[in-house]
Structure formats: structure tokens, C-alpha cells
Design a protein around this ligand. Structure first.
Ligand code: 5GP
Length: 178
């Protein structure tokens, strides 16, 4: 695709990361009642890969949140567009997200879900951009660390596009500086 500057993380690297995380999650939650909550839209591809590598029974649900609008900079405003349908009272919750950037979205989601009586709320994220963190959020299953670059692919978009690229890529700057 012409808008792509270069591939940052290949399919093979993502696949390896997913398998390692799924194996840890399967061990840690063995015999426990786990609800996995995928954060839409960005987390959908990672969750689809991760869920199929998890070897224990889990409930799957989704939340849809928006923090970026149509720009490549975080607004800090987290809007819940779709909430979960599952009752998480007395269950363990694992939030599955595409990337932790400022941490504002996950911080907000953890605090919200904790008010609903779960036994625990943990976080699993495919990518981590620690240099941009604004709030200290504990990521229990931390994915691949990336530099301060705006990335697309593997579920991540720019203006709704490029989510379907199978690798994590750096977008050409002129695409979003236009
Ligand atoms: P945070 O609240 O941690 O700043 O980030 C929340 C959301 O911003 C992420 O779930 C993701 O959807 C989006 N985001 C953060 N960094 C990037 C990036 O480099 N590329 C894209 N496409 N989205 C990002």
C-alpha cells in the first residue's frame, strides 16, 4: 500500500507474541471464570488471534470506545460507544486492547469495570508505546514495545482505514500531516 512507510512488526513476530501471551493467560486463569473483553475497534484482530490460542474456556465480550476521533493525537476523552452485555460480578476480567499509548483509555476502562464487582481486572495489550504514557496503568500482559511513531495495521487505523494490513506498519507522515 502506497501510504505505508515501512513494516515495523512482521506477521511472524506478532504470531510469536500472541502464542506466548495466550499460553501465559491459559495457565494463569486455569480453573477460574474468565471474561475477556475486547476493545473495539482496534483490538479485534489481536483478540481473534489470541482467543484461538487460549486453551481454557472463556466468555468473550466487547466494548467499543473512542478516544482519538479522526486524528492521530489522543484527545484524552474516552467515550463508551458500546458497553459489555456480560455480568462480570464475581468473575475475572481481562481487557484486550490493541495498544497502550497515553494509558488514558485503559485507565478509564479499568476504573469503570472495577465498579461492577469483578474478582480482578487485568490488561493485555498487543503493543506498548511507553514513551507517551500520561497515566500509570498496569499492563499485566504487555506486548511488543514500539517507539513513538503512529502505527497502523493489525487492527489499528488511520481515519478508519488500514486496519486490515496484517503487519504493524509506520504510515508515511504526509498521509496524516496533510
Ligand atoms: P491511549 O488512551 O493509551 O492513548 O490510546 C488509546 C487508543 O488510541 C488505542 O487503543 C488506539 O486505538 C489509539 N492509538 C494509540 N496509539 C496509536 C497508534 O500509533 N496508531 C493508531 N492507529 N492508533 C493508536
Amino acid at each position: 500500500m502506497g501510504a505505508i512507510e515501512r513494516v515495523l512488526i512482521t506477521k511472524e513476530e506478532l504470531n510469536k507474541q500472541v502464542k506466548e501471551m495466550a499460553s501465559r493467560i491459559s495457565k494463569d486463569y486455569e480453573g477460574k471464570e474468565l471474561v475477556i473483553i475486547g476493545v473495539l475497534k482496534g483490538g479485534f484482530i489481536f483478540l481473534a488471534d489470541l482467543a484461538r490460542e487460549i486453551t481454557i474456556p472463556v466468555d468473550l465480550d466487547f466494548m467499543s470506545v473512542s478516544s482519538y476521533g479522526n486524528s492521530s493525537k489522543s484527545s484524552g476523552v474516552v467515550k463508551i460507544i458500546k458497553d459489555v452485555d456480560t455480568n462480570i460480578d464475581g468473575k475475572h476480567v481481562l481487557i484486550v486492547e490493541d495498544i497502550v499509548d497515553t494509558g488514558l483509555t485503559l485507565n478509564h476502562l479499568v476504573e469503570l469495570l472495577k465498579t461492577r464487582g469483578p474478582l480482578s481486572v487485568k490488561i493485555c495489550a498487543a503493543l506498548d508505546k511507553p514513551s507517551r504514557r500520561k497515566v500509570d496503568v498496569q499492563v499485566d500482559y504487555k506486548g511488543i514495545e514500539i517507539p513513538d511513531e503512529f502505527v497502523v495495521g493489525y487492527g489499528l487505523d488511520y481515519c478508519g482505514k488500514y486496519r486490515n494490513i496484517p503487519e504493524v506498519c509506520i504510515l508515511k507522515k504526509d498521509v496524516y500531516l496533510k
